[in-house]
Design a protein. Sequence first.
Length: 150
Amino acid sequence: MKKCFFVFLLIVTVSFAVNAQNQRPKFSPQRYQEEMEKFIVAESNLTSQEAESFLPLFREMGKKQRVVYQQMRKLGHEKPVSPDQCKNLIIQRDKMDLELKSIQQLYHKKFLEVLSPCKVFNVIKAEEKFHRRQLKKWSHGANNKPHGSK
């Protein structure tokens, strides 16, 4: 009887340990933002003074973009039933895409007021690189297989 109990306890303990290893940490927008900012500052070789003047503008741009992304997400949940509704959603989506580009353009001009053009270019490339790395990291974590393996 003691052996059965011990085996049962061992199985339960091992299953809890395996389950805990398979759980991914919950996504934190705040942590994501912090990691992105650190990455951009490092990749773009921003000085602490440059980062101090740049990051508030970068955060401001992100807030405005998130509003548009949320609107786009709402549109994505709609299920049009007629050609007119489909056309209307396409037009709305295109307007939002243009609004996102307009926000980027406005803030790129603001960035140029506090950073050199080369640093702004490096910031833009660093942000793209960060997002690509995160997507790759998440896609690998989703199926727990390295890229290219079966």
